[in-house]
Design a binder for this molecule. Structure first.
Ligand SMILES: [Ca+2]
Ligand SMILES: [Ca+2]
Ligand SMILES: [Ca+2]
Ligand SMILES: [Ca+2]
Length: 125
Protein backbone atom coordinates (compact mmCIF):
# COMPACT_ATOMS: atom_id res chain seq x y z
CA UNK A 1 0.00 0.00 0.00
CA UNK A 2 1.28 3.49 -0.91
CA UNK A 3 1.53 5.83 2.04
CA UNK A 4 -0.71 8.93 1.62
CA UNK A 5 2.30 11.22 2.20
CA UNK A 6 4.08 9.58 -0.78
CA UNK A 7 1.10 10.32 -3.00
CA UNK A 8 1.10 13.93 -1.83
CA UNK A 9 4.83 14.29 -2.63
CA UNK A 10 4.43 12.72 -6.09
CA UNK A 11 1.49 15.01 -6.90
CA UNK A 12 3.31 18.13 -5.75
CA UNK A 13 6.40 17.16 -7.78
CA UNK A 14 4.46 16.73 -11.01
CA UNK A 15 2.81 20.13 -10.53
CA UNK A 16 5.99 21.93 -9.46
CA UNK A 17 6.63 24.85 -11.81
CA UNK A 18 10.35 24.81 -10.89
CA UNK A 19 11.33 21.19 -10.51
CA UNK A 20 15.01 21.82 -9.73
CA UNK A 21 14.61 25.01 -7.70
CA UNK A 22 13.15 25.40 -4.21
CA UNK A 23 10.12 27.66 -4.64
CA UNK A 24 7.35 26.71 -2.24
CA UNK A 25 5.33 29.81 -3.21
CA UNK A 26 5.15 28.62 -6.88
CA UNK A 27 5.01 32.30 -7.94
CA UNK A 28 4.60 32.68 -11.71
CA UNK A 29 4.13 36.39 -12.51
CA UNK A 30 3.73 36.00 -16.28
CA UNK A 31 1.54 32.88 -16.03
CA UNK A 32 3.54 30.90 -18.57
CA UNK A 33 3.74 27.82 -16.38
CA UNK A 34 7.38 28.41 -15.42
CA UNK A 35 7.90 29.65 -11.86
CA UNK A 36 9.66 32.99 -11.31
CA UNK A 37 12.58 31.29 -9.57
CA UNK A 38 13.55 29.34 -12.69
CA UNK A 39 11.97 31.46 -15.46
CA UNK A 40 14.63 33.06 -17.70
CA UNK A 41 12.21 35.92 -18.44
CA UNK A 42 9.76 36.05 -15.57
CA UNK A 43 7.81 39.17 -16.58
CA UNK A 44 7.12 38.14 -20.22
CA UNK A 45 5.44 34.88 -21.20
CA UNK A 46 7.92 32.51 -22.82
CA UNK A 47 6.99 28.95 -22.04
CA UNK A 48 9.61 27.71 -24.55
CA UNK A 49 12.38 29.35 -22.44
CA UNK A 50 14.40 29.84 -25.64
CA UNK A 51 17.82 31.33 -24.84
CA UNK A 52 19.94 31.33 -28.00
CA UNK A 53 23.17 32.57 -26.42
CA UNK A 54 22.81 30.56 -23.20
CA UNK A 55 23.34 33.58 -20.94
CA UNK A 56 20.38 32.90 -18.70
CA UNK A 57 18.14 35.60 -20.21
CA UNK A 58 15.38 34.36 -22.50
CA UNK A 59 15.48 35.66 -26.09
CA UNK A 60 12.24 37.58 -25.63
CA UNK A 61 13.76 39.80 -22.92
CA UNK A 62 17.46 39.60 -23.78
CA UNK A 63 18.80 42.99 -24.93
CA UNK A 64 21.58 41.14 -26.78
CA UNK A 65 20.03 37.90 -28.08
CA UNK A 66 23.09 36.59 -29.90
CA UNK A 67 25.54 37.56 -27.15
CA UNK A 68 28.01 39.35 -29.43
CA UNK A 69 28.12 42.49 -27.30
CA UNK A 70 25.99 44.56 -29.72
CA UNK A 71 22.52 45.37 -28.39
CA UNK A 72 19.63 44.10 -30.57
CA UNK A 73 18.53 47.60 -31.64
CA UNK A 74 22.01 48.44 -32.94
CA UNK A 75 22.90 44.95 -34.13
CA UNK A 76 22.97 44.48 -37.92
CA UNK A 77 22.29 40.78 -37.31
CA UNK A 78 20.56 40.49 -33.92
CA UNK A 79 20.27 36.70 -34.19
CA UNK A 80 23.74 35.94 -35.55
CA UNK A 81 26.87 36.23 -33.42
CA UNK A 82 28.68 38.95 -35.33
CA UNK A 83 30.86 41.26 -33.20
CA UNK A 84 32.57 42.78 -36.28
CA UNK A 85 29.25 44.08 -37.73
CA UNK A 86 30.76 44.06 -41.23
CA UNK A 87 28.35 45.22 -43.94
CA UNK A 88 30.02 45.32 -47.36
CA UNK A 89 27.07 46.82 -49.25
CA UNK A 90 26.06 49.27 -46.51
CA UNK A 91 22.39 48.27 -46.38
CA UNK A 92 22.39 47.93 -42.57
CA UNK A 93 22.06 44.14 -42.88
CA UNK A 94 25.31 42.63 -41.64
CA UNK A 95 27.29 40.26 -43.83
CA UNK A 96 26.64 37.50 -41.30
CA UNK A 97 22.92 37.48 -42.15
CA UNK A 98 22.72 39.32 -45.50
CA UNK A 99 21.37 37.06 -48.27
CA UNK A 100 23.09 39.23 -50.88
CA UNK A 101 26.23 40.78 -49.41
CA UNK A 102 27.28 42.75 -52.50
CA UNK A 103 23.96 44.35 -53.43
CA UNK A 104 22.01 46.70 -51.18
CA UNK A 105 18.75 44.95 -50.31
CA UNK A 106 17.68 46.09 -46.85
CA UNK A 107 14.44 44.11 -47.09
CA UNK A 108 16.42 41.01 -48.06
CA UNK A 109 14.67 40.51 -51.39
CA UNK A 110 16.99 39.39 -54.16
CA UNK A 111 17.25 42.10 -56.84
CA UNK A 112 16.40 39.75 -59.73
CA UNK A 113 12.86 39.64 -58.41
CA UNK A 114 13.24 36.23 -56.86
CA UNK A 115 11.89 36.72 -53.37
CA UNK A 116 14.10 35.52 -50.57
CA UNK A 117 11.76 35.96 -47.64
CA UNK A 118 8.76 37.75 -49.14
CA UNK A 119 6.98 38.29 -52.43
CA UNK A 120 7.84 42.00 -52.62
CA UNK A 121 10.23 42.90 -55.42
CA UNK A 122 13.05 45.15 -54.32
CA UNK A 123 15.39 47.08 -56.54
CA UNK A 124 19.06 47.52 -55.84
CA UNK A 125 19.84 51.06 -54.74
CA1 LIG B 1 6.72 32.44 -15.55
CA1 LIG C 1 20.01 35.00 -23.86
CA1 LIG D 1 23.81 41.22 -30.48
CA1 LIG E 1 24.64 44.23 -46.13
Amino acid sequence: MIHPVSILIICSLTQDNCILTFNPDQMDSDHDGIGNKCDNCYMIRNSDQRDSDWDGYGDICDVDRDGDGILNNDDKCPDNYDPSQEDMDGDRIGDACDNCKNVRNPRQVIASGTPAHSSVTEHAQ
